[in-house]
Design a protein around this ligand. Structure first.
Ligand SMILES: Cc1ncc(COP(=O)(O)O)c(C=O)c1O
Length: 371
């Protein structure tokens, strides 16, 4: 088969070209007001995010890695505290723990590729103080099971919701289950900005007071410096770009869910691949499909075949789980994750992918397996 189309994995130029006029007028509006740091656009966006999430406080930050770092600190992490997190996550998750003074402890994932609550309890020691579930690929973990372990062992939950704005478990939004959470607005995210950006959310006034200073040089609401703080503020301009897109965010989620459904219709019965759960597979979950990450037989050869046919694909986190970077020294007994990383691959999922693209991609995949 010759490549009859080009379907890149990322299509930033296309994504932003689709809203170029609105972005440009937002850019001119913000520049004409000279409003760059901690201005009204940021405050308005934070208010809109807090309303969207149904929490009392949201703070725009430089990126989700900083967001997780300050969320842990605001939630009271102490030097040497152990934080249990899944092995299938970006290195940013344990890095945030490390820089907050904690010790990341990686556990395994379950068949749905999410942190497996059953693996948490055996990893608990006297030093364990936090669980950091990762709402990976736009799906929310089984927070009933994780919440039960946290409650039993008196552990604080801080969520890595970097990939999951709008995702729900039993109707409750990702990022609202613990003491605090962080979201990413990296351009590839379902809600992405034009550079780096992130958000920290909390329903606790005490945690919010700390976050306020931690992201802005330790300044309290009166401008007095009351603690050591970082400089990790979401740019006002980025907040304005994000607020613009938040207004139609539900359409984006609906679109991605429809593309996921289309992949299931096309590939759901193909034995050589295991797809992520379908949009309607489990009524407890509402997924936003940040990624469409599947498992595939002969994964590496499949990627080459996709490439030869003009289709971009990607293996997440450069193909390694967090305990597979020897120089970082993180160890984990995570057989499900280990196997998963020999098979996982993400195929195109964004608002520029059409149902016709899905048919083409699926035909190429079926062709690879001789089906
Ligand atoms: C699960 C997860 N955690 C943390 C991060 C870090 O986010 P950021 O790039 O905004 O620092 C990412 C970003 O891709 C992520 O996917």
């Amino acid at each position: 088969m010759t490549a009859t189309r080009e379907i890149p994995f990322f299509n930033y130029r296309g994504t932003f070209a689709a809203i170029e006029q609105e972005l440009t007028s937002t850019f001119h509006d913000v520049l004409s007001r000279g409003a760059f740091i901690m201005q009204k656009d940021l405050r308005d966006f934070e208010t809109a995010c807090a309303e969207y999430l149904g929490v009392k406080h949201a703070f725009g930050v430089g990126n989700a890695t900083d967001g997780l770092h300050i969320a842990l600190r605001a939630a009271g992490i102490q030097p040497g505290d152990e934080v249990i997190l899944p092995a299938h996550t970006m290195i940013a998750t344990p890095a945030a723990v490390h820089f907050a003074g904690g010790v990341p402890v990686a556990v395994d994932i379950g068949p749905d590729h999410m942190m497996d609550a059953a693996t948490i309890e055996p990893a608990i020691t006297k030093r364990t103080k936090f669980i950091m579930p990762v709402q990976v690929n736009g799906r929310t973990c089984d927070m009933d099971a994780i919440g039960a372990v946290a409650k039993k062992h008196n552990l604080t939950i801080v969520e890595d919701a970097a990939q999951a704005l709008g995702s729900r478990f039993k109707g409750k939004l990702a990022g609202t289950f613990g003491a605090a959470s962080a979201f990413s607005f990296y351009p590839a995210k379902v809600l992405g900005c034009l550079g780096d950006g992130g958000l920290v959310a909390t329903d606790s006034d005490a945690v919010a007071d700390k976050l306020h200073g931690l992201r802005d040089h330790g300044r309290d609401r009166d401008g007095e410096i009351t603690a050591w703080g970082m400089n990790t503020r979401l740019d006002n301009l980025q907040a304005a770009f994000l607020h613009l897109q938040l207004k139609t965010y539900q359409n984006v989620i609906d679109y991605r869910r429809d593309i996921a459904k289309a992949y299931h219709e096309e590939l759901g019965t193909l034995a050589e691949v295991t797809l992520p759960p379908a949009p309607d597979a489990d009524p407890r979950h509402f997924d936003v499909y940040q990624n469409f990450e599947m498992e595939a037989d002969k994964r590496d050869a499949l990627q080459l075949h996709l490439k030869a046919n003009g289709i971009g694909s990607l293996v997440q986190w450069s193909g390694r789980a967090i305990h597979q970077h020897p120089k970082l020294g993180l160890k984990a007994h995570a057989p499900v994750t280990d196997k998963f990383f020999t098979r996982c691959v993400m195929i195109p999922m964004n608002v520029l992918v059409t149902r016709s693209d899905v048919a083409y991609i699926s035909q190429v995949i079926r062709g690879f397996y001789g089906k």
